[in-house]
Structures are given as structure tokens and as C-alpha cells.
Design a protein around this ligand. Structure first.
Ligand code: HEC
Length: 115
């Protein structure tokens, strides 16, 4: 328990250091949508960010912009490929984040008709 808490703190510190100055860029959701498709995020996370077998759900993410950028730059091992600044700039990731923020919540399970 203690060790994992330590790891989380280290991760958080690393993330904060890495994204220094990148927080709160104004994102362009339309461009973000284009980049979400162009950079293959949709292949694992779904066209609506709904998630699937290969990737976590992104719609309604609780991640703040800085944490989002930090994750994509340095994802959990064994999950997704890292997207370094050479591949996607901070501004481009801000755009993708803005796009993800526009994605609607999935409908409540009870409201989905049974075929
Ligand atoms: C090859 C498949 C794949 C691709 C491509 C991919 N991801 Fe992921 N992503 C994953 C997986 C798998 C996870 C979950 C990893 C885990 O939880 O250990 C993940 C997790 C994430 C998370 C963390 C979600 C959370 O709430 O913890 C974010 C944010 C994310 N991806 C964004 C992106 C973005 C943005 C792109 C495109 C630039 C992208 N991903 C491309 C597979 C992918």
C-alpha cells in the first residue's frame, strides 16, 4: 500500500513537471476531432471516445488538460503508445482534449431498448 502510494505521488510529480507551462491552452474542438482521427486515437478509444476492448473510455473524462497531456505523453506501460511532442504538439493535444470534452455521456442503461 505504502509503495503504491509512493508510486502514485512520483507519477503525479513527474506529470506536473513534464507539463509545466502546457496547462490551459485554448483548444479547438474541430481540429481536435480531426487529430483524434488522424492520430488513430479512435482505433482504440472509439469514434465517440466510448472506449472498447482496446482502450479506456475518454468521453466525460475527469482528467484536467495538464493530466491528459501528461498521460498521452507517458501512458501506463502495456496500454497505448506514447505520443511525444514531436508527434503531437501541446497545442494539438489541447485541441484533442477540447474535442473529448464535447463528447456526450452515454445513455443510461435503463433507457436503452432491448431488441
Ligand atoms: C493502440 C491503442 C490505443 C491508441 C492508438 C490510443 N490509446 Fe489511449 N489508451 C489505450 C489503452 C489500452 C488505455 C488504458 C491503459 C490503462 O488503463 O492501463 C488508454 C488510456 C488513455 C487515456 C487515459 C484514460 C483515463 O481516464 O485513465 C487517455 C487520456 C488516452 N488514452 C488518450 C489517447 C489519445 C488522445 C490518443 C491519440 C492521440 C490515444 N489515447 C491513442 C489505448 C490506445
Amino acid at each position: 500500500m505504502r509503495r503504491s502510494l509512493c508510486a502514485v505521488l512520483l507519477l503525479a510529480a513527474g506529470a506536473a513537471a513534464q507539463t509545466k507551462g502546457t496547462a490551459n491552452l485554448t483548444g479547438n474542438a474541430d481540429n481536435g476531432k480531426r487529430l483524434f482521427l488522424k492520430n488513430a486515437c479512435y482505433q482504440c478509444h472509439g469514434l465517440a471516445g466510448q472506449g472498447g476492448l482496446a482502450g479506456a473510455r475518454l468521453a466525460q473524462t475527469k482528467l484536467a488538460q495538464a493530466a491528459f497531456v501528461a498521460y498521452v505523453r507517458n501512458p501506463a506501460p502495456g496500454g497505448m503508445p506514447p505520443y511525444r511532442a514531436k508527434v503531437m504538439s501541446d497545442q494539438e493535444l489541447a485541441d484533442v482534449w477540447a474535442f473529448i470534452k464535447t463528447l456526450p455521456e452515454p445513455p443510461a442503461v435503463a433507457s436503452v431498448p432491448i431488441p
